[in-house]
Design a protein around this ligand. Structure first.
Ligand code: NAP
Length: 302
């Protein structure tokens, strides 16, 4: 298939691009900055090109001759506002609307869209509310465009900005003052996420469906940070902050370079990012345990 992989230069996109190429698909990744996507050029059937995907004419041009479009664009910091900040509206809502319109107009038969677990119009954070609006925008496209949506919990794997970030922080800090220590996650491996996307391209039963993607186990944030410390060789005492201090910490971190945490992220963490029931990956895929994979990219070199 000829696949347009929007947001394909990032963490999930890089793994998905590699998988799609290994399956023999042609993948084109548009990017805002060529440098960010350059690493994909080693893939035999991948091409990259700078483009403004928010420009509807440019988007339509990119969609021509494509059998599928995959949208992975997402931001963690989208500003504040009701029901969500302008950055979230732009990346999570307006973009899927434009992709849906272009898919319909050009006649691209498949549209795979990345959302997030617990996306809900009544969720406490702008991130999750905007992800819900993005889902609605994607599902609004009428047949014959077949839409499939994925909603992962936090995703781990080589290149993640989750366990890897904790490991880096732990290396520098003697003790970790941790906000929201009891926040719950059910991490899913990036290769399992990529496998689900790739399989759904041709699975008719996935047309018009949304799938939660979770790993086999739930963890508190405190457990995950402690685990990253142990595996990376930088085990540190973790000091769990109470709710009020957690919020103040997130507020303060909003003003740090790169805003490692925001109040909106804090609000997202008030909702357990776990599956309601025993979560099974779709298409007969088996979820890979964190412990089977994380040491390979977190452990210090021998
Ligand atoms: N990682 C997780 O744990 C996790 C969990 C749940 C859901 N998700 C969702 O999964 C998707 C992929 O996540 P990821 O971790 O791979 O993210 P990522 O590494 O930040 O990559 C996202 C890509 O989207 C593009 N992008 C970002 N903002 C954009 C904007 N305003 N306009 C156009 N392009 C933009 C970027 O491409 P260029 O810079 O090349 O243009 C970037 O490579 C996102 O939708 C995210 O919300 C991720």
């Amino acid at each position: 298939m000829n696949v347009l992989l929007i947001g394909g230069s990032g963490f999930v996109g890089s793994h998905l691009a590699a998988r799609l190429c290994a399956l023999g698909h042609n993948v084109h990744v548009p990017t805002r900055h060529y440098e960010r996507a350059k690493h994909l050029l080693v893939l035999p059937t991948a091409t990259i090109g700078e483009a403004d995907i928010h420009d509807e004419a440019a988007l339509a041009q990119l969609m021509r001759d494509k059998d599928a479009v995959v949208n992975l664009v997402g931001v963690l910091h989208g500003g504040t506002g009701e029901p969500y900040g302008a950055g979230f509206a732009h990346a999570h809502v307006e973009l899927p609307k434009k992709i849906a319109r272009a898919a319909q107009r050009i006649g691209v038969p498949r549209f795979l869209h990345m959302s997030a677990l617990q996306a809900d119009a009544r969720a406490p954070s702008g991130y999750l509310r905007s992800k819900a609006a993005g889902e609605a925008a994607a599902f609004a496209v009428p047949p014959p465009v077949a839409v499939t949506i994925f909603r992962p919990s936090v995703i781990f794997g080589r290149g993640d900005s989750f366990l890897t970030l904790f490991a880096r922080l732990l290396k520098r800090l003697p003790v970790v003052p941790l906000g929201c220590p009891q926040a719950l996650f059910q991490p899913v491996w990036v290769e399992d996420v990529a496998a689900a996307f790739a399989a759904s391209l041709t699975r008719r039963e996935s047309f018009g469906h949304a799938y939660n993607l979770c790993g086999p186990r739930r963890y508190t944030l405190r457990e995950l940070v402690a685990y990253a410390g142990r595996i990376s060789g930088h085990a540190r005492p973790v000091l769990g902050l109470p709710a009020s201090l957690s919020y103040l910490q997130a507020w303060a971190m909003e003003f740090m370079p790169g805003a490692p945490l925001t109040r909106d992220n804090w609000r997202s963490m008030q909702v357990p990012s776990v599956c309601d029931t025993a979560c099974e990956l779709p298409f007969g895929l088996a979820a890979t345990p964190l412990e089977a994979v994380a040491p390979a990219y977190l452990a210090p070199p021998a």
